[in-house]
Design a protein around this ligand. Structure first.
Ligand code: DGI
Ligand code: FE
Ligand code: FE
Ligand code: FE
Length: 187
């Protein structure tokens, strides 16, 4: 599948703004892949599909989680966390994308995880810094992403945790695992 085919697949599943976000994540991810010597084709594919399941009915996502080897504790947390894991299995089952690095980058794009791969970090950070984002602190993460991808992912995780705590929201364990792991790795 090439880039154009992938875009044609996801477009009908996304609202217009989300589709445009997806294209900006893909461009941003390609810029990062260029800087950090990762596969442009793989990063682009992960980015195009990362929010593929974002608007699936909750019941459909639930079924996908139950039928596949995905963590059932997702049901104890906000349903906003389901679309990445769900998309990561559907890209294989529905579109034959078999690359595990692509699966992982899609699966963990919202929460992160311990031991994030370069591709995981590229998609996670691209999703956070794409030019349409204006979270408090995003400009610092944008600048850092060009210098030190790991530190930029750590900054985005810290901001996300601060944001969730300020809203008295729960934080999924993988988000803490990602933050703790990167805290030990940054210098
Ligand atoms: O799908 P996007 O909007 O492009 O972005 P995303 O998938 O990174 O995040 C979706 C939302 O999930 C975002 O508003 C913040 C929230 N979120 C991220 N990590 C956690 C979280 N929500 C909870 N409850 N726990 C988390 O760990
Ligand atoms: Fe998402
Ligand atoms: Fe994100
Ligand atoms: Fe996204």
């Amino acid at each position: 599948m090439n880039k154009e085919e992938a875009i044609k697949i996801v477009e009908p599943f996304l609202k217009r703004e989300r589709f445009e976000h997806t294209l900006r994540v893909a461009d941003t991810a390609v810029e990062l892949a260029t800087i950090y010597n990762e596969s442009i084709e793989k990063v682009e594919m992960a980015a195009i599909f990362h929010d593929y399941a974002k608007y699936f009915p909750l019941e459909d996502m639930k079924k996908v989680i139950l039928k596949n080897d995905l963590p059932k504790d997702l049901f104890e947390y906000h349903s906003e966390l389901w679309h990445g894991p769900v998309a990561s299995v559907l890209v294989e089952q529905e579109y034959g994308i078999e690359d595990h690095e692509i699966h992982s980058a899609i699966r963990y794009h919202t929460t992160g995880r311990a031991n994030m791969s370069m591709m995981d970090k590229i998609i996670f950070v691209a999703d956070y810094i794409e030019p349409g984002r204006n979270f408090p602190g995003v400009e610092e993460v944008r600048e850092m992403a060009k210098q030190d991808l790991t530190r930029s992912a750590w900054m985005a995780l810290a901001n996300t945790i601060r944001f969730l705590v300020s809203r008295h929201a729960t934080v999924y364990p993988d988000t803490f695992y990602a933050y703790n792991d990167l805290t030990k790795r940054i210098n």
